[in-house]
Design a protein around this ligand. Sequence first.
Ligand code: NDP
Ligand code: OXD
Length: 303
Amino acid sequence: MALLLQSFPAREAVWAQVFAEADEPLILGADKVTDPAEVRHIACWIPPADLGIYPALETVISVGAGVDHMPPMPEGVRLCRTIAPGIEEMVRDWVVMATLMLYRDMPLYLSQSRAQRWVPHDVRLARNGRVGIMGMGRIGQLAAHSLTALGFQVAGWSRTGRPVEGVEMFGAAALDQFLGRAEVLICLLPLTDETRGVLGAGLFARLPEGARLVHAGRGAQLDMEALRVALDQGRLSSAMLDVTDPEPLSAGHWAWSDPRIVVTPHVAASTDHREGAEHALAVIRAARAGAPLPGLVDQARGY
Ligand code: NDP
Ligand code: OXD
């Protein structure tokens, strides 16, 4: 019984080494499977076309933190996401960078710099800044702690509003109160039926005037046209987007050249190959022991 990795050569090479060290069987690529009944686990970003052909399949592991790109699983197959410290630290770093960039008006200074204009604007202390994080899971909490350490007044919003030490927490029903204080709004939500399109005109209208948007969740959570209107109306003053809709952002899209927006091409994080392989081994071992699977996704909830 083996794990089938469906991925690209650089990842395959590292996984082959890690699995050999652990003496665990690994198949590199669906085209190398001789007997589908040998496949117990599949790790991939995009899975093989037909998951139904593997009669002993127990688990599908997304090699990233998100699972919104995955098709519905066959009956009885469990879905896991990758839990890897590197992913979480990288996104945390990107969010801290983006928050500081927007809070300290970097989009404006970048435009001025290109135009050779020496024009100072108000300078702000982090400790006077009120930041709101939508999505207080593994990454949201890490980002919250780093932003708090910089002095920002951090609040978090999550479905349950579960307490997080050092952070003022708001539950789903308290969205208005949460938004009303979010001078920098950070989105770290998973994409689900409930969060699709959540960053739209209705939400922007409830933010303090001139708020800034940091988005590293998923592109389909953001209504790009509503963003443009909110920027034009001064409701938002700037945005930093690691994820966009569409993705990649199409050639000539207005957001590329809007001086109020900084776009990065979904690079807040990428999964370290060794950490990904080690997570997969942890899933295999937990499954074998009948223990809870690391990164198990609630498929009904979508994350
Ligand atoms: P987690 O599953 O650990 O946390 C998800 C959080 O979102 C939880 O706090 C959860 O609330 C909250 N949430 C989910 N649905 C809702 C909702 N409808 N309303 C309010 N809150 C909600 O996820 P991670 O922190 O590990 O990752 C978050 C996302 O970050 C990923 O799904 C992915 O989309 C994105 N990501 C982006 C990357 C990039 O490169 N740009 C890289 C990695 C991840 P509760 O705790 O109450 O259930
Ligand atoms: C992820 C991502 O989900 O890269 O890991 O977005």
